[in-house]
Design a protein around this ligand. Sequence first.
Ligand code: PRT
Ligand code: ZN
Length: 283
Amino acid sequence: MLRIAIQKSGRLYEDSVQLLKECGIDLRNVKDRLRTEADNFPLEVFFLRDDDIPQYVEDGVADIGIVGENVLFEKNKQAEIVEKLGFGKCRLAVAIPRGLEYGGVTSLQGKRIATSYPFLVNEFLKKNNVEAEIHEISGSVEIAPGIGLADVVADLVSSGSTLFMNGLKEVETILQSQSVLIKNNQLDAAQQQLLDKLLFRIRAVKKAKRTKYVLLNAPNEKLKEIIALLPGMKSPTVLPLAEQGWSSVHSVLSEDTFWDIIEQLKAAGAQGILVVPIEKMII
Ligand code: PRT
Ligand code: ZN
């Protein structure tokens, strides 16, 4: 059995459980539980504070875990990243009171920096040859300058509205972060095999999320032009319509190029374009 550690509650909980669900792993009765077993995959799930996950995985109490890179790097534990998961995106940034002039990282010299990420902030300061005083606080970092506890802050940012509401502006990015799947460094062959099985599913789910299934109708004389616009997994599927002179074309499109290609398809004479989400994609 493979043991996975995920966040008990908080910003990563929903996405972590949802990802497992999309991998066909159903967790029932998870409410207020510290551990549970999946009934259709040999997986035991531990629900923990995110801060504890790197340690559990390093020690091998859990074989794998889902945690933000910010926490993983801050805790500086021995655990290998096996897959970036694409959720929980944020950045660890330095922010200063909005009215303050900023002339680059040397402006931080001698300042008091409030943060919950002392290790990462210290590494950042060392790398930039800046000496500053780090004040470790565990929450509400953004209010520290306002109450005179610090001059500047280093905190996680996603939309930026918390900084804005507290009269702060971002001046440096220390780390770009997202959730990752990590593993213990000494998995045995059986555990690795289970992890590979899980990873295969995770990758199929991730790939499907970035891809759409497209169906459209095209006049036969335009088919060549339309097919040239569509990559498909191998090549597009073309089926004759009941109406003479028309075909139905099916293909997959990546999210990155999606809108550009749809416009070109329309311009090339495609009609009745349907775009359908894909649940899993195995290639
Ligand atoms: O109880 P536990 O210790 O498990 O949870 P926690 O309270 O330590 O963490 P939680 O649930 O708040 O966040 C878990 C993880 O989500 C973090 O470690 C990050 O990897 C990720 N994440 C993504 C974020 C954010 N975005 C985020 N915006 N974590 C926190 N924030 C906070 C930030 O600290 C600040 O207070 O949101 C505020 C800023 O948000 P914006 O949108 O106003 O910029
Ligand atoms: Zn935490």
